[in-house]
Structure formats: C-alpha cells, structure tokens
Design a protein around this ligand. Structure first.
Ligand SMILES: *Cc1c(COP(=O)(O)O)cnc(C)c1O
Length: 429
C-alpha cells in the first residue's frame, strides 16, 4: 500500500526524526476526519457508502488490481473485511517499530501465521521450519498443510549449522521450498535461532531451485521493542498481538509485517478468506500501542530482578533467562547480535519434578496459573503437562525439558511482591 506523506503521517520535524513511541499517539489518524476527536472513534460498520456509482467502480478496480488511468492511488473504504479506519490506523502504527513498509492485522496470531504461510505456498511446496514452534503453528504445519500437499521438514532451533543444512537438503528433495519459518527465542526454553544462517540458506535455496523462499520469524517474545528481524535480512515478522503488544490479556489478535511486495499476497488472501481483525479489537490495540514500550521495558526490568532471586534459591535448579546466557556461548553471541533486551518470559526448574512443581504452583497467591504471556499480570504454567504435553518426548529431552520445569511471564506488579509470592510458594515445593 502506498503511504502518502500527509500531515497526520508526520515522521520528522525538519531533521529531527520522531521516535515510534511518540508516533503511537498520532500517526495515521487525522482528527479533522472525525469531528476533531483526539482518539479515533470505533467504526462499528460493516460497509461504507461511496459517493457515486463511478467511484464505487473505481475502488473495486483498484482493490482488484485492475486500476485504469485516472483511478485513485488506493481503494477507498469499501467493506470491513477488506479495510476499516481502525484497522488502517493500527496497521500504519504497527509498521513503525519494525520499520516495515506494510503491516496486516488478523483475528489472531494463528490466523496471521496461517494466512502468511498459505499466501506464499502452493501444492507441491515444502515448509522448512525450526522446532519447537508455538504449539498451534506446529499443528498447522505438521497436520493441516499436508492435507493441501504442502510438506514440512524441521530442524531443531539450536542445531549446529551442518544439521540445519542437512534439513535443507532433505527439503530440496521433497519439492519447492516456499517458506522458512522460525521462532526465536523459543518457547519455553529460550533457545536462539541464527537469523544470518536462515538468510544464507535462502540465498543458497534460491540458487538451486530458482525461487527465493520467504523467511518468516515469529517475533512475539521480544518484538516490537527488543528485536527487529526485518533489519537483519528476514522477509516477514509475525506476531501474536494477544501477548505483549495487546498486553492486557483482554483480546486475541495477530499481525504480519514486511515489504509491500511480500505483504501483497498476504493482504489479498486475508480479504479473500476473512481472517481480518474486527474494528473494536483494532481500537483496543491502538490504546495498547501507546504504552507498549514502557510496559515491555518495565516487565523486562522486573524479570531480571525476579530471575536473579530464582537463580539463588536452593529449590530452583536452572533458570533459562536470556540475561544469564554464558558469555562467549553460541546462544549469547547470537542473542546479543539479534536482540537488545532479555524479555520477561522464561522457564525454570523446581527441584523434585512434577509433584514439587504442582505443589509450588498451587501455593502461589499473587501469580496466576494460566497459559499465555505478556500481559500486565504475572502468569505461570507447567509446559510439560499443558502447552507442550503433545511434544515428542525425544524432542523434549533434547530441549532439556525437566519434569519440574515451569514457565513464568513476569508482569507489571512490583517485582518485590512477585518475589515474595514465589518465595512463600517455594516453601511448599
Ligand atoms: C500465543 C502465540 C501464538 C498464537 O497466537 P494467538 O493470538 O493465540 O492465535 C503464536 N506464536 C507465539 C510465539 C505465541 O506465543
């Protein structure tokens, strides 16, 4: 989508470039179009009236890629499955942190991931992917895509380069590699996937099969504040906006970001199959975006304090916090190259296995027991018996899953209160 530089899309004051967090309060919304409203109204409408039959015809030509001389540059508002003012403002603002040309929002993280992969794949293709991925993504790639004759080949997130190359060779024998899909850091063990290696793979695959695969990174854990894969040669960034970006555990939404060329087929498929986001959730996300930077930074700062407490506790064995990666190790080198902060979701092992982990969880009084992450409230879960209970036991062993491993998402409570709660509950472990 072309983005004309109107006054409400101001990115700089003369030579002074505005920061994304500043633009979260203004970019992409013109109050003059809404009675001077400081905030965008919620446009709860399914359809939009056009001024004349001719204008309607022109909008549909532009939307359908059949523009004629004299047609407007972009299709106006038509129908809320295609576009809606709340959706457009949200998409404009989402481009800013990741410096993307285009952002497309979806009804969930899973609809973003599914629509993005489907838009770039056809029958006979292969998806090359890291594992573990988010459970829903694994299910989609392993169990759903094969029904449409799209195969998959995996490599373990922290596998050495030779092993990843072997997976690539295997994928090349199975068909055209359409997508390289990875998640980094991984959930819940915080392993790092090497972005530069993925770019090198895409280069080689392009040489050998004559088609460049689209590299997609699920950036839910550290983005859009602390990791910007598009600046590192990655083609598309995917988000569950349900997590840190939404940030209040009160909505489900997703997004895909990239260049205009990479996003065009994704936007088109979203319009066709209707995986779009509703105007009310878009409005809620605009509110969330005004505070996303300070919320994520506050949670990330608290997480270090909490992680340090856990590391020193006699009933805790291993704290998989990104800030504790060993200097000079593979993961530390990659993490410091690819990201600027250490996040606030990490796993740690309670001594005594699953029984001890369950006793500990049941004794918590402030931290709530739930899956999901990135909200204002701290949440804890036991991946082995919940989100990751379906993961192959051999893979779980390789990833270093311990029966006593729990995952904590540190929220915005006072970190000393979180520590007090953990401390009293560990007495019961
Ligand atoms: C939650 C999550 C998803 C799925 O997002 P939904 O909004 O629940 O559909 C995808 N990837 C990661 C890393 C997630 O944490």
């Amino acid at each position: 989508m072309s983005k004309p530089d109107k006054t409400y899309r101001k990115r700089a004051l003369g030579d002074h470039v505005l920061s994304p967090e500043t633009m979260m309060m203004s970019y992409g919304f013109d109050p003059k179009l809404s009675e001077g409203s400081i905030k965008p109204p919620v446009f709860l409408t399914s359809t939009f009236a056009y001024a004349s039959a001719e204008e309607g015809a022109a909008f549909f030509r532009v939307m359908g890629g059949r523009a004629q001389a004299g047609d407007p540059e972009t299709a106006g508002l038509l129908y809320s499955r295609f576009n809606n003012p709340n959706m457009e403002v949200l998409e404009d603002r989402l481009t800013l942190f990741d410096k993307a040309e285009d952002a497309v929002v979806f009804s969930s993280g899973m609809s973003a991931i599914s629509t993005a992969i489907m838009a770039h794949s056809k029958a006979g293709d292969v998806v090359l992917h890291s594992t573990p991925l988010y459970g829903g993504t694994e299910t989609m790639i392993r169990n759903v895509l094969p029904n449409y004759a799209i195969a998959q080949v995996e490599f373990v997130a922290m596998a050495p380069e030779a092993e990843v190359k072997k997976a690539m060779e295997e994928a090349l024998t199975q068909g055209r590699i359409s997508v390289i899909m990875a998640e980094s850091p991984t959930n819940p063990t915080n392993e790092i996937v090497d972005f530069a290696l993925l770019v090198a793979l895409a280069d080689e695959i392009e040489q050998r099969q004559g088609h460049r695969p689209i590299i997609m990174i699920d950036n839910t854990f550290l983005g859009p504040i602390a990791q910007h894969p598009l600046e590192q040669g990655i083609d598309m960034v995917l988000y569950s906006l349900t997590k840190y970006v939404g940030g209040h555990s009160d909505l489900v939404a997703g997004a895909a970001l990239g260049s205009d060329a990479v996003m065009a087929p994704v936007r088109k498929l979203r319009s066709a199959i209707g995986t779009n986001l509703d105007p009310h959730s878009c409005w809620m996300l605009l509110r969330s975006l005004e505070t996303v930077k300070i919320r994520m930074e506050a949670a990330f700062n608290s997480a270090r304090i909490v992680a340090e407490f856990l590391r020193d506790h006699p009933k805790v064995q291993k704290v998989r916090y990104l800030g504790f990666l060993e200097e000079g190790s593979r993961d530390h080198t990659l993490h410091t190259r690819q990201a600027t902060m250490n996040g606030s979701t990490f796993a740690f092992d309670i001594k005594g296995g699953e029984d001890a982990a369950f006793r500990f969880q049941n004794a918590l009084k402030v931290i709530k027991l739930a899956v999901s992450l990135g909200g204002t409230e701290s949440l804890i879960s036991h991946p082995g018996s919940t989100t990751h209970s379906g993961v192959d036991p051999l893979l779980r062993a390789r990833l270093g899953f311990d029966p006593g491993m729990v995952r904590l998402s540190v929220g915005l409570e006072n970190p000393q209160d979180i520590i007090a709660d953990l401390n009293q509950a560990l007495e019961h472990a």
